[in-house]
Write a protein that binds this ligand. Sequence first.
Ligand code: 1PR
Length: 549
Amino acid sequence: MPTVHILDYVAGNVRSLANAVERLGFTVEWIKEPSDISKAESLILPGVGHFGHCLTQFAQSGYLDFIHEHVASGKPFMGICVGLQALFEGSAEDPSVPGLGIIPGKLQRFLDSDKSVPHIGWNSAALSEEDAQKRGRLYGLHNNSKYYYVHSYAVPYDPDFLEDRGWNVATATYGGEVFVGALSRGKVFATQFHPEKSGSAGLRVLEAFLRGERWLPYQDTPMLSVGRGLTKRVIACLDVRTNDQGDLVVTKGDQYDVRDRQDATGTSIVRNLGKPVALAKAYYEQGADEIIFLNITSFRDCPVTDLPMLEILRRTSENVFVPLTVGGGIRDTRDQDGTLVPALDVATLYFKSGADKVSIGSDAVLVVEEYLRAGKKASGKSAIERISAAYGNQAVVISVDPKRVFVDSPKDTSHHTIRTQFPNAAGQEYCWYQCTIKGGREGRDLDVCQLVTSVERLGAGEILLNCIDRDGSNSGFDLELIADVKKHVRIPVIASSGAGTPLHFEQVFRSTHADAALGAGMFHRKEYTVKDVKMELHDQDVLIRPPGS
Ligand code: 1PR
């Protein structure tokens, strides 16, 4: 089997890239030290996280000269995400650290006045229509396909600047900004998106690079025609726990209660809706844009010894080429022998097993309480801060488990209230959203706005916004909660809890600015597929990634 070399500098999920390369029939050799680069015929430089951190690591470990040499020799080279950014002269993310300088220009941060930053999700990488028709598909890129991006900094697209220097450029549009999605000159190819996380469209691009197929014939739209820009994401969520027989199963609660009453004996049993790896694969094939696994009883177990959960990730990432998030138990923890295991090490275990993001629930609430007690002074020691410093804030999702607390008037509480269209039985029209920990078992004196604004400052990259009142209800998302949270943060928000039909997804995207929406029960019970949701959204003119693309 032909071999490709991948530079492994221990930043995030390189396992998925290796899985994708192997799936395409190529063998991976890891570059462990600079001189290994001389042996490489085809070299991939993956990258996630912080520009300055990555480039400093390359420089200190002596990689820069070898990368320059490889590129100059005219051998195939592919840069992915920060691997693309590294080719430029520098980035506003860390102006003190120079890039490789192979391409003139610098990266700028996206403006967040009109949109969420980081830019997370599926967007285009399109050549001009004229170029596409004249030359074909650059490394298999298709103007109608969507690819998975996750970054806050980008190369602004300046028409002709790069083309005049011999680069072919595919662009993407985010809000009013047009930026470089992919570019190539000679045998250098670089993508701002992650091909290994971009479903079959991404695998086609990776395969074309590995086979050295720089231009593939132009293809008319083989699938649903979609517009340019960032799509809304449809996510499938799998709540995982051990059932009464000791098997790890996907379960689903009603307002977080996952036990069914059993007949005659009256014993309650954990609802078993299927096997995690098989369900994740099925949702991927139906067109899910992301998969989330939540280990919902992690507060009882020690995740470091929770090998089955790691195994679920490893096996899923062999077949599922969209982003995987894992949550449950991401916090400083004690191993069975009493050794303290920092949250960063727990997260690292998950990243190495195939996770792209980790989701933090209970620990985020406790950290924010401490942060507020300290007069909004960050300690620098929390799991959020440490993991985002090491892996980038896009890798840190905060899962929020709120429930409504009704009051007669906003004056009756110090918390941020909303006036709801759904008063309670006592006729109270105001409510605040109370944060809970331990899977909703313990309410805290903290409201959702305090939580989300604080975690954004501490370095979180995304909010997974559940709602205990709506969970498992099939009655639709809590639009009031979602709209309110979106007003308070710039980072993306995933709407969760209550989805019962495809129309609920249309509703949440139409009436709030949610960036993504998640379903669980309706998919697990096989009432609807992810594809059903996407087709409904497409029919209603909501921009999506076409299922099966
Ligand atoms: O606190 O960091 O250890 O993380 C624990 C994680 O487990 C948290 O993200 C928390 O939300 C989750 N969790 C804990 N207990 C439960 C439970 O159900 N008993 N599940 C639980 C939360 C909520 C959603 C659910 C949506 C959509 N699940 O993920 O999938 O509500 O459901 P629907 O579409 O069927 O309505 P930590």
